[in-house]
Design a protein around this ligand. Structure first.
Ligand code: FES
Length: 124
C-alpha cells in the first residue's frame, strides 16, 4: 500500500470525553475511536500481544489498557507501555470534515517502528 486510506465514521458529536466507539468493518480488526480532551483518536482494535479487542479494555486519559494482560497503548500514537506486548498498534488519524469524522489509515501499519508517517507516529 502506498497511500493512506480514509474511512467515514459518521457524526461523532455524541461521543463524550473518555468514551470509545468501535467500527468493526474497517481493515482486519476494526478500529476503536477514543475521545480524550475533546479530540478523537483511532487505534486498531486488536492488542499486538495476543489478539484481544482493546475496546474491551479501559480508557484512562490517553492510555487504553488491554483487558487481558494490562499493556497500555497511547491513543495518540499507538505506542505501547511495555511487556507483555512487544510492539504498538496501528494508529489512525481522525479528522472532522464537514461535521463528519474520518479515520485515515497510515501508510505504515505499526507504530514503534522507524517509519514515521506524516508526523503522527511517535517512536519509543
Ligand atoms: S493480549 Fe493484550 S497485553 Fe496480552
Amino acid at each position: 500500500m502506498t497511500d493512506s486510506e480514509s474511512y467515514n465514521l459518521g457524526n461523532l458529536d455524541d461521543l463524550e470525553d473518555g468514551e470509545m466507539r468501535v467500527f468493526e468493518d474497517i481493515d482486519d480488526y476494526g478500529i476503536v475511536v477514543c475521545k480524550v480532551k475533546g479530540e478523537l483518536y483511532g487505534l486498531e482494535d486488536n492488542c499486538s500481544h495476543a489478539d484481544t479487542p482493546l475496546s474491551e479494555g479501559r480508557l484512562r486519559g490517553f492510555q487504553l489498557t488491554c483487558p487481558l494482560h494490562g499493556t497500555s497503548f497511547d491513543v495518540r500514537s499507538g505506542t505501547h507501555s511495555g511487556p507483555p506486548a512487544y510492539e504498538g498498534v496501528t494508529c489512525y488519524k481522525v479528522e472532522i470534515e464537514d461535521g463528519v469524522a474520518v479515520a485515515l489509515r497510515p501508510k505504515s501499519d505499526k507504530s514503534n517502528s522507524s517509519d514515521n508517517v506524516d508526523g503522527f507516529f511517535q517512536t519509543r
